[in-house]
Design a protein around this ligand. Structure first.
Ligand SMILES: [Cu+2]
Length: 212
């Protein structure tokens, strides 16, 4: 028996195992594209979500948003797992020059998962979304328990599966001083300034992917 060869074989096996562990980290990411730049200016940044050890690690970084303002941010998507898209200019069906929340639905689906201090709650109306600094930028990072999130999403939306790769990330909210036409639609009891979309990112699987 050739022990030298066996040792090399074992070394190869263990490095293969390490590579497979690394592959278990699935990452979804995309740059933000500005929406409604006539009102909001040039919003930029990046969204990423990593699935690691039963957690979904959310990371959002944006700049060029309304300073000293809380910004709603969510994963939007379709309950029937259609691939969501960010809305094109043609989404402005009422021709008021702005793409509002209602007009985004045909492309992006509905508001699914809020990105604030407790995403698993699926509570959309809260005051715990991130607030931009004086320079108009912010960073948000949160570790979300994947199985709790899946249970919550199944309960609230009837979705059996959670696939961030088919979802988009929205950042909302303009400054209090913004003047919006009355035609801009919002959620019941929430001012349109709070829900107006200002950036969108179409998530895609990045890098090494898990073999399922
Ligand atoms: Cu949203």
């Amino acid at each position: 028996m050739n022990f030298g060869r066996l040792a090399i074989g074992l070394a190869c096996l263990s490095s293969l195992a390490a590579a497979q562990n690394a592959d278990d980290a699935v990452m979804y990411a995309a740059p933000f594209q500005a929406l409604n730049p006539a009102i909001t200016g040039d919003v930029s940044g990046e969204a990423s979500f990593r699935e690691v050890n039963g957690k979904l690690l959310a990371s959002i970084q944006v700049s060029g948003v309304a300073p000293d303002t809380m910004h709603l941010q969510h994963l939007h998507g379709s309950r029937d797992f259609m691939e969501s898209r960010c809305p094109p200019a043609a989404a402005d069906t009422n021709d008021d020059g702005l793409i509002d929340l209602a007009e985004s639905r045909a492309y992006s689906g509905i508001t699914l998962i809020p990105l604030h201090d407790d995403p698993v709650s699926l509570q959309i109306k809260t005051h715990t979304y991130p607030t931009a600094n004086q320079q108009g930028s912010y960073e948000y990072q949160h570790s979300i328990d994947l199985s709790k999130l899946q249970t919550a999403v199944k309960e609230k939306y009837g979705m059996d599966e959670l696939n961030p790769g088919r979802m988009v990330v929205y950042v909302h909210s303009v400054t209090d001083k913004a003047k919006l036409p009355d035609s801009v639609r919002s959620l019941p009891d929430v001012p349109a300034k709070v829900t107006l979309p200002i950036a969108c990112a179409e998530l895609n699987v990045q890098g090494p992917t898990k073999t399922r």
